[in-house]
Design a protein. Structure first.
Length: 123
């Protein structure tokens, strides 16, 4: 069965709109929506990443200042299982406008999902 028919991947922020300087909570969830177990393989200890884009330019990557052990691993999802990974991003001096969150499962092959949000000027 094709991966897209077996699992659901969602990237989210906790709100659609933020004031300038407000902390943004980001998450990625993977759900096994099939009736069979599903195994994801990884080439390091890293399981996920988050990327923020503005006009298709990367302005933040969660993993940029992190190191991960180079070990093979896997994640087994039974039918109906789900996993969620969450982090926070504190934008500094980012201009108002629309931004894109890319949530990435760093499996091989990598899987990702996107969503958009806005930063508005403080009143």
């Amino acid at each position: 069965m094709e991966v897209s028919k077996r699992i659901l991947i969602e990237a989210r922020t906790n709100k659609d709109e933020y004031s300038a300087g407000e902390t943004i909570q980001v998450s990625i969830t993977i759900i096994n929506k099939s009736s069979a177990s599903f195994k994801l393989f990884f080439t390091s200890a890293q399981r996920y990443d988050f990327i923020i884009l503005k006009e298709d330019q990367e302005i933040w990557r969660w993993s940029k200042d992190k190191q991960f052990a180079m070990v093979l691993g896997f994640m087994n999802l039974e039918p109906g299982d789900q996993r969620t990974y969450a982090e926070e991003w504190k934008p500094i001096n980012e201009p108002p406008g629309e931004y894109k969150l890319v949530g990435v499962l760093t499996s091989r092959p990598p899987l990702n999902a996107t969503c958009t949000f806005r930063i508005v000027e403080r009143i």
